[in-house]
Design a protein around this ligand. Structure first.
Ligand SMILES: NC(=O)c1ccc[n+]([C@@H]2O[C@H](COP(=O)([O-])OP(=O)(O)OC[C@H]3O[C@@H](n4cnc5c(N)ncnc54)[C@H](O)[C@@H]3O)[C@@H](O)[C@H]2O)c1
Length: 442
């Protein structure tokens, strides 16, 4: 049976998180949108106009074109469904496909009560995954729970999310949207639908597996590039070289790509490579380079802990007797998201070593920090004379507002600052060194 030829006037979005909600809002400017999420609290908040992720100003979103629901039966007569549910890894770094599988079964179950005579629906996945997942796992899950045949009674597609949350430049509107479908006709329909919101255009991948692979390698490449510069930072520290000075010099060559050393956290870059390595191992291939990069990036909190220990040692202090402030606990600058934040890994590591750790992040809710067993440092006006060391873990812009000299006042006596993003170099660095404090950046 052929897929519908006219553009649908309604899309259904399954999963209203960081990816699904902005997508629902963008589509609602062109089509009617039904947003479905399993979590009733999330749906209640959205109905009340509150996005806890701070991605979308819902009070500016127009009324009737966007509805939020928790009843999966809304999917039974849907013509175009987009699935954006989580794809995490477990404690062994194996893909957890439960969300994708259960969302697919739920879609299939809803299709059982589909009205007669409707054209085959299209189900497009946006979740990051390995090549083959949509057609080998999601499609069959819909098929088994609905009794329908994939590719005949319903069509599959894949269009990865690749925007960068917290980044006003790379948005749904400005990033090219990769689209793919089970056949040419389905790909064309998906391209037309997404073409309404992807102002910068779409790219047709030849098939779904290619689009899945393209998405995952975008993050593999970034992980590996950062891993290389992280390894160099560890090496240059051993050699007594400044990594940033070396990078400044090397970057003057036309084909040198500059990356900054640092903590690699969050739910994409440290997670997605494991989806590809899982598929590689399944195919009998050991992806040693990708795994080595992951391993290097995971070692950075331990490297920073060792560095702090040695810098404090140079001042005759022991980590166990010190009070340390970690600035920035979100996993990346200018967002409130703490999922898989390596700043938190670092805080826990230092606390296990016996240091008294406090954290300061004006973007993250204090209650969330306390639930993570972190100790908020409180109001900055009360921080003077408190700390032996400060580690800037996440470089929020807000840290650079106003007079950064005040941070020197937060030291108990002469202090140590580790500035992982390097944002305070050279201004604060010069001041600190003139006061006899130690400043170090990777
Ligand atoms: N957040 C990002 O920056 C980003 C960027 C690119 C790709 N991705 C990928 O997009 C996917 C979604 O990520 P996210 O950050 O939006 O996740 P999220 O955790 O913010 O949101 C997922 C939502 O899906 C809901 N959900 C879970 N199972 C469901 C089900 N069976 N039915 C309906 N709703 C369900 C959850 O309640 C939650 O609200 C992941 O595969 C992720 O890797 C995320």
């Amino acid at each position: 049976m052929s897929v519908m030829t006219s553009t649908p006037d309604r899309v259904h979005i399954v999963g209203l998180g960081y990816v699904g909600l902005p997508l629902a809002v963008a589509f609602s400017k062109h089509l009617t949108v039904t947003g479905f999420d399993l979590d009733p609290t999330r749906v209640d908040e959205l109905i009340r106009g509150h996005d806890r992720n701070g991605e979308v100003q819902l009070d500016s979103v127009g009324g009737d074109s966007l509805e939020y629901v928790t009843d999966p039966e809304c999917l039974s007569d849907a013509s175009f469904i987009i699935v954006a549910v989580p794809t995490p890894v477990d404690e062994n770094n194996e893909p957890v496909l439960d969300h994708l599988e259960s969302a697919s079964r739920m879609v299939g179950h809803a299709f059982k009560s589909r009205s007669e005579g409707l054209q085959p629906p299209v189900v497009v996945y946006e979740s990051t995954t390995f090549p083959g997942c949509t057609e080998e796992i999601c499609g069959p899950a819909i098929g088994e729970s609905s009794g329908l045949e994939p590719g005949v009674d319903f069509k599959l597609g894949y269009s990865p999310e690749r925007t960068n949350f917290g980044d006003a430049e790379h948005t749904l509107q400005t990033v090219i949207k990769v689209v793919s479908g089970q056949d040419e006709e389905t790909t064309s329909l998906i391209e037309t639908v997404y073409g309404q919101i992807a102002i910068s255009g779409t790219h047709r991948a030849p098939d779904i597996r290619t689009a899945e692979a393209a998405k995952v390698i975008e993050n593999v490449q970034r992980d590996l590039n950062i891993a290389l510069v992280n390894e160099l930072a560890i090496l240059f520290d051993r050699l007594g070289l400044s990594t940033s000075d070396v990078l400044d010099a090397a970057s003057t060559k036309w084909n040198f790509s500059r990356y900054s050393p640092g903590l690699v956290g969050g739910h994409c870059i440290p997670v997605d490579p494991y989806y590809l390595t899982y598929k590689a191992e399944e195919a009998g291939f050991h992806p040693s380079l990708i795994l080595a990069g992951r391993n290097t990036n995971e070692q950075i909190p331990g490297f920073i802990e060792e560095k702090l220990r040695s810098l404090l040692g140079g001042k005759g202090k022991h980590l166990t007797d010190c009070r340390v402030l970690i600035m920035g606990v979100a996993f990346k600058p200018n967002v409130s998201d703490i999922r898989n934040s390596k700043a938190i890994t670092l805080a826990k590591l230092l606390a296990e070593s016996g240091a008294r750790i406090e954290v300061y992040d004006p973007l993250v809710d204090v209650n969330i920090m306390e639930r993570m067993d972190l100790v908020p440092g409180g109001d900055p006006s009360e921080m003077n004379g408190r700390y032996d060391a400060i580690i800037v873990a996440t470089g929020h812009d807000v840290f650079l507002d106003g007079s950064v000299d005040n941070y020197c006042e937060w030291f108990a006596d002469s202090g140590v600052m580790i500035d992982i993003p390097g944002d305070f170099s050279p201004s604060l660095q010069d001041l600190m060194e003139s006061r006899g404090d130690l400043y170090w950046r990777p």
